[in-house]
Design a protein around this ligand. Structure first.
Ligand SMILES: [Zn+2]
Length: 152
């Protein structure tokens, strides 16, 4: 597996599958073309109906989710198609949690969370109406709440 390099940005996707497509389903879909699931994390609707985050590729491995922009990019996808309506609050909460975790772990500025259609070389509507500004703002607020305040 090729190495990701230092993570410097997060790219958000939708899968255009059913909302309950889990990492194994996506792994099967991506097997032939990408050698397995191309995202580092997948937000999907679990059997009980709750939205959960599932593991994709290891964070250290180069993803296969944004043509021309995979190096340094962690990819998270939301199962479903959000071209005509945004993801639910439950799904959004899990995306925000995953992005917050990555930003804290790898010291990524939440300004560097992007929708797929803003980066890369493929013309796409991905991730549809997923509200990236809301995700950025929530992650920034989370970082401010978690990091100890430094008094000088
Ligand atoms: Zn995408």
């Amino acid at each position: 597996m090729t190495a990701l390099g230092q993570p410097v940005r997060i790219i958000v996707h939708h899968t255009v599958t059913a909302e309950d497509a889990d990492p194994l389903d996506i792994n099967r879909m991506h097997k032939a073309k990408f050698g397995g699931i191309g995202y580092h994390a997948l937000v999907y609707r679990a059997a009980g109906g709750d939205w959960v985050v599932g593991d994709g590729r290891d964070d250290e491995q180069l993803g296969a989710h944004t043509k021309g922009m995979n190096t340094g990019s962690l990819g998270v996808a939301i199962a479903g198609n959000y071209q005509y309506s945004p993801p639910s609050m439950g799904a959004l909460g899990m995306v925000i949690g995953q992005c917050l975790s990555w930003c804290l772990t790898y010291d990524i500025d939440p300004a560097n969370i992007y929708p797929h259609n803003a980066v890369g070389r493929t013309a796409t509507v991905c991730p549809g109406m997923t509200p990236i500004d809301t995700i950025r703002a929530a992650v920034a607020a989370g970082i401010a709440a978690v990091r100890p305040t430094v008094h000088v």
